[in-house]
Design a protein around this ligand. Structure first.
Ligand SMILES: Cc1cc2nc3c(=O)[nH]c(=O)nc-3n(C[C@H](O)[C@H](O)[C@H](O)COP(=O)(O)OP(=O)(O)OC[C@H]3O[C@@H](n4cnc5c(N)ncnc54)[C@H](O)[C@@H]3O)c2cc1C
Length: 375
């Protein structure tokens, strides 16, 4: 039954909110999770689940399901002018699993929601968070139901996992400073018969930008690129079939000015956004959820200082990861031309250096910073 006084109200049932709800329910914390969308998302979006995410979700049983449904990425190959100029292998993580497992985000979300339902918590859909107020003991949120009814919920804590345009972040009056790239990035999920190695990610450095390729399943590939016509380029490498998803997006690198205020915290895209290079968006959100569950459980037991731990620890991680992914993105996307000349000359050489290879591996596995739940 729905509690009007949950310990934690979670706003948003993307991967961040679902993971937070599951990890809190695992600790027997009473949660409610709401989402404005009437149905669960079906688009593939984030494809790679990294080894740290598997480690954090291990106790819930979801990691084993992700590994059995997905496939392990063996490495990445860089191509220039039709030639392989750098090959970079991903060794298994410490638990012998791949540093990256490919599974479309909609499937990862479905597995999290199923595990959550097994704990007796279902996502309340068609429910929109509108505003909040808080005092020293509780948070009061105003929710709008799709049938027109309004509701006020009082909880001890609130977790805003409501995505890049977060209403929770706006309610806290927090800034979301950063910058964006001018050009749109194009995205397809497209069937392709190709000579590219199926078990690897591929990056094509082109004169007017880059094209990134990763196989989703069977013969369907995710293509992301900023060149004039990425699909025309790919026809040089094979034949293209049906497009199952087509989109375009603008890349921004932004971090919320704080990751929490008092009894309200932010996680996932509500707190940080960056380019998909490095496949960190969804994984970093699930990491927020993991740290949040640990801090919130202690806060509910009386140690409110743990909410300050969450805000301080995660803000530092968000800033450093977004800075690193921003630098990687500026290097790869190949604009303006002087940066492309550096990219084409430096990356194939630097990529052989042990330091650069270690950095790439740590970034791919989500292991480029320690997983800290305490200051
Ligand atoms: C086109 C596209 C391609 C991408 N590709 C990749 C990729 O290849 N690799 C990668 O790592 N990442 C990728 N991402 C990013 C990744 O999908 C996000 O980082 C991830 O979804 C963040 O999860 P989240 O739970 O924090 O937020 P979201 O997934 O955005 O979920 C937020 C949820 O909150 C709900 N919500 C919003 N406002 C309210 C409200 N007021 N009240 C109640 N509910 C609300 C929304 O309906 C939504 O379900 C991609 C994103 C897009 C859009």
């Amino acid at each position: 039954m729905r509690s009007t006084h949950p310990d934690v109200l979670i706003v948003g049932a993307g991967p961040t909110g679902l993971a937070a709800a599951l990890l809190l329910a695992h600790r027997r914390v009473a949660v409610r999770i709401i989402d404005t969308a009437r149905v669960a998302a079906t688009t593939s979006k984030a494809l790679a689940v990294n080894s740290r995410t598997l480690e954090m979700l291990q106790s819930t049983g979801v990691s084993d399901q992700i590994v059995s449904e997905g496939w392990p990425v063996r490495g990445a190959t860089l191509h220039e002018d039709g030639h392989d100029v750098l090959a970079f292998d991903l060794p298994p993580a410490q638990d012998a699993r791949s540093l990256m497992t490919v599974l479309p985000q909609a499937r990862t979300e479905a597995l999290l929601a199923k595990a959550l339902a097994a704990k007796g918590v279902t996502v309340e859909r068609g429910v929109t968070f509108q505003s909040l107020s808080q005092d020293l003991t509780e948070v009061t949120a105003t929710l709008q139901h799709a049938d027109g009814g309004a509701e006020q919920v009082t909880s001890r804590l609130l977790f805003g996992a409501d995505g890049a345009r977060s209403a929770t972040r706006a309610a806290l009056k927090l800034d979301f400073p950063g910058s964006g790239l001018a050009e749109p990035w194009l995205l397809w999920d497209v069937a392709m018969q190709t000579s590219f190695d199926l078990d690897r990610a591929h990056i094509l450095f082109e004169r007017d930008g880059f094209i990134f390729l990763l196989r989703l399943a069977d013969d369907v590939w995710r293509v992301i690129g900023n060149t004039h016509d990425p699909l025309a380029t790919l026809r040089r490498y094979g034949s293209l079939g049906q497009v199952s998803w087509e989109s375009q997006f603008h890349v921004s690198h932004r971090v919320a000015s704080q990751a929490g205020v008092g009894r309200v915290a932010l996680g996932g895209d509500a707190a940080h956004i960056h380019s998909p290079i490095g496949a960190r968006g969804m994984n970093l959100g699930i990491e927020d959820a993991y740290v949040y569950a640990d801090c919130a459980a202690d806060a509910l037991a009386g140690d409110m200082g743990r909410m300050n731990d969450y805000a301080a620890l995660r803000h530092a991680v968000h800033k450093s990861v977004v800075r690193r992914i921003g630098a990687l993105t500026r290097m790869v996307h190949g604009r303006p031309p002087w940066l492309r000349w550096i990219r084409d000359g430096v990356v194939p050489v630097a990529g052989h250096l042990s330091f650069a290879r270690q950095l790439m591996m740590r970034t791919a596995g989500g292991l480029d910073h320690p997983l800290k739940t305490r200051r």
